[in-house]
Write a protein that binds this ligand. Structure first.
Ligand code: EPU
Length: 426
């Protein structure tokens, strides 16, 4: 199992580039199921979840090529024959977003068999809202030996009001609706840029969608979709993580190839904390002299402060002069990083969904463990300012969603190395 060794103390200086968004790429890859033609996706991040989705699509009979050389961020997917429309437990258990194939599979083949995702480190994460919507569209859902099976001749347009805002739920049902018979009206939809990105691809494939990016989406079903080429949005969470890296280290960092429009909530909080921010067309520069004020955050659906930035923000809060309150409203158990941050010298108390961070406390290097993707990022940020060498274990969590983060951070002055297994595999 790989580890990171990080020696803290260097301000990050220079330009760091943002990759394509994992959470856009995953639904866009699943959308390829909807057509026999080739789908070409550009700006695909090279992260482990993309590799997992490739395996998932291939296991169903798809032909997936991940580019190499100059085309290494391109993928071509062709689902001419879907011989086995099943998402097997072995894959679903490693990546919950596998449930995104449910909607497109049933739309294309009239049948989908998807392993029920279990709980995960950040909460229960059910998919009941996806299933209720599919039932409303005429699918019959049955449960059998840990699998969900959905069947129908052809999905029918329906009026669906999501009880709760769900990102992958909105995406899954949008993909089901584009080939349903008649019109579908989706209300209380997620407004995340990842939904808009997926809708742009589906539109390029011939779908008729209105209102993506707002809470009401109208879809007019079509009989057939065709091939398309689409460029994935920049990753707003990776960009936000880098902005915090610049601010926490007292650096001067230009976060390049991002979409500043998607970063409003994070930029706003950094400015309130006293960091200097300059917004360009596709870049954001962050500067800080190291004196930061405490600012409270409360996670919300987009355009609110993203839950996927909560852990990273908490690392920053440990270095602000005073008390910050962080409230997590989206997931019930997303404070796994707190104990590890406290082991590094932070002063954080949690009660239910609320964390109180008293700063500024000097952080000390320690051996710490990643528990999930964003928690890992918060530990890297803390290690960048800790005194001594932090050993970060289980960085495979990090590799799920951050492309070569150690190389990117090293390029702007961080002292960070990856250590592989000391002993080779037998
Ligand atoms: N929920 C239900 N029932 C459902 C679906 C969701 O109760 O059928 C609840 C969830 O338990 C949660 C809330 O609704 O409390 C929101 O969950 P949502 O469905 O929006 O989350 P998701 O779609 O499973 C995506 C991202 C997550 C990100 C969340 C919230 C992808 C692949 N994943 O998950 O990203 O945290 O939206 O923004 O897009 C990450 O990248 O680290 C990550 C976890």
């Amino acid at each position: 199992m790989d580890k990171f060794v990080i020696r803290g103390g260097n301000p990050l200086l220079g330009t760091i580039k943002v990759s394509g968004a994992k959470n856009s790429a995953l639904p866009c890859m699943a959308a390829a199921i909807l057509t026999e033609d080739e789908i070409i996706l550009e700006n695909i991040p090279q992260v482990r979840d993309i590799e997992t989705e490739r395996k998932l699509l291939e296991s169903m009979g798809a032909n997936v090529e991940l580019g190499y050389g100059r085309a290494q961020h391109r993928t071509s997917i062709q689902c001419a024959n879907l011989s086995d429309p099943v998402a097997k437990y072995e894959i679903v258990k490693t990546m919950r977003a596998s449930s995104l194939v449910l909607g497109p599979l049933i739309a294309r083949t009239g049948m989908a068999r998807v392993a029920m995702p279990g709980g995960c480190a950040i909460g229960g994460r059910p998919i009941d809202l996806h299933l209720a919507a599919l039932e409303k569209m005429g699918a019959t859902i049955t449960y059998d030996h840990g699998y969900i099976e959905a069947r129908t001749q052809r999905l029918k347009g329906a009026h669906i009001v999501f009880d709760k805002i769900t990102v992958t739920g909105t995406e899954d049902i949008l993909m089901a609706a584009v080939m349903a018979e008649g019109e579908t009206l989706l209300e209380n939809c997620a407004r995340e840029p990842e939904v808009t990105d997926l809708a742009a691809l589906l539109t390029a494939m011939g779908a008729q969608i209105e209102g993506a990016g707002s809470s009401t989406i109208k879809v007019k079903g079509v009989d057939k979709l065709h091939g398309a080429r689409h460029r994935i949005n920049p990753d707003r969470i990776e960009a936000g993580t880098f902005l915090i890296a610049g601010a926490i280290t007292g650096g001067d960092l230009n976060v390049d190839s991002c979409n500043p429009e998607h970063l409003g909530a994070v930029i706003g909080k950094l400015e309130s904390a006293g960091a200097r921010i300059d917004v360009g067309r596709e870049s954001v520069r962050v500067r800080s002299e190291g004196h930061l004020k405490p600012v409270d955050i409360s996670t919300e659906e987009y355009p609110g402060f993203p839950t996927d930035m909560q852990a990273q923000y908490m690392a920053l809060a440990t270095q602000c002069d005073g008390t910050s309150i962080v409230t997590e409203n989206i997931f019930e158990n997303r404070f796994m990083h707190v104990q590890e941050l406290n082991r590094m010298g932070a002063n954080i108390r949690t009660e239910g969904r609320v964390a109180t961070i008293v700063g500024k406390t000097p952080l000390q290097a320690a051996a710490v463990m990643c528990s999930d993707l964003r928690a890992s990022a918060s530990l890297v940020l803390a290690a960048l300012v800790a005194d001594g060498e932090t050993i970060l274990d289980r960085v495979y969590h990090m590799d799920r969603g951050y492309e070569r983060i150690e190389e990117k951070l090293r390029g702007v002055g961080a002292q960070i190395r990856r250590m592989g297994d000391v002993f080779g595999k037998r």
